[in-house]
Design a protein around this ligand. Structure first.
Ligand code: F6R
Length: 240
């Protein structure tokens, strides 16, 4: 069952940032699963503010990112390494040796699964693709999937083209945690913001169906998952 919280955007980011402060206070060497994309940026901004205000330290925190593009240098401004450095890691006291990304090199991609097995994720943060993907587990992904190289769906390439000067420059493959890695996290927080997510949120909550056609529906089988959905993304839900 998914806990569903519908609030305005500002309240969502305040609430989720406070959750992280409390969790890190309880366990200063917590393992966090992190996401990139537009959705988590306001959360990372708030965590930076809280760090600057002395309310949280990431000194012993370990992080595992969901994904990284293939065929893009990790120093490229659009890589997810660069995204995390720019939006969070360079602004807090995290030890970069404790930050991890899947390697976008097919020969080594399985090392991430081994690492994740040794270091289970306490709290996994997720955004939601407008096609229902979580990480880059596109529609049709096997529920048993683990970290691997995936082909991005055309919808994802189109959605991500806003970050690149031309659609031809958008990577078409990524290394991504699989659905089974995500389901292994002890707790999952998914954030969905804005009109562009309204249709997929409606589809996920339309019935109890769990289907590989909408990868995020697998989360209905997780024991501790909360969706934070803002008023725009929730606008097509009946209960709103
Ligand atoms: C990012 C990721 C993706 C995004 C999703 C939503 O690490 O794994 O699944 O969370 O594509 O992206 P935004 O937040 O840009 O709408």
């Amino acid at each position: 069952m998914i806990n569903l919280i519908i609030k305005n955007k500002e309240d969502i980011f305040n609430e989720v940032a406070n959750i992280y402060v409390n969790k890190v206070e309880e366990n200063d060497s917590i393992t966090l699963g992190l996401a990139t994309g537009s959705t988590p940026i306001p959360l990372y901004d708030k965590l930076v503010e809280k760090y600057e205000g002395g309310m949280i330290s990431f000194k012993n925190v370990k992080t595992f990112n969901l994904d990284e593009y293939c065929n893009l240098d990790i120093n490229d401004k659009n890589s997810y390494h660069s995204f995390m450095n720019k939006n969070l890691f360079s602004k807090i006291d995290i030890n970069t040796n404790n930050t991890h990304f899947p390697t976008a090199n097919s020969e080594h991609v399985d090392e991430y699964n081994e690492l994740l097995e040794k270091t289970p994720i306490d709290v996994q943060l997720l955004g939601l693709g407008s096609n229902g993907h979580i990480a880059f587990n596109e529609p049709g992904s096997d529920f048993k999937s683990v970290t691997r190289i995936v082909d991005l769906a055309q919808k994802t390439i189109d959605d991500n083209s806003r970050f690149f000067s031309s659609i031809d420059l958008v990577p078409t493959q990524a290394a991504s945690m699989g659905l089974s890695n995500i389901m292994d996290a002890k707790e999952i927080i998914l954030i969905a913001i804005g009109d562009a997510k309204a249709n997929i949120i409606k589809e996920i909550f339309a019935n109890d169906e769990v289907t590989e056609d909408i990868p995020a529906t697998i989360l209905k089988n997780h024991p501790n998952v909360t969706f934070y959905v803002d008023l725009d993304a929730a606008k097509l839900l009946d209960e709103k």
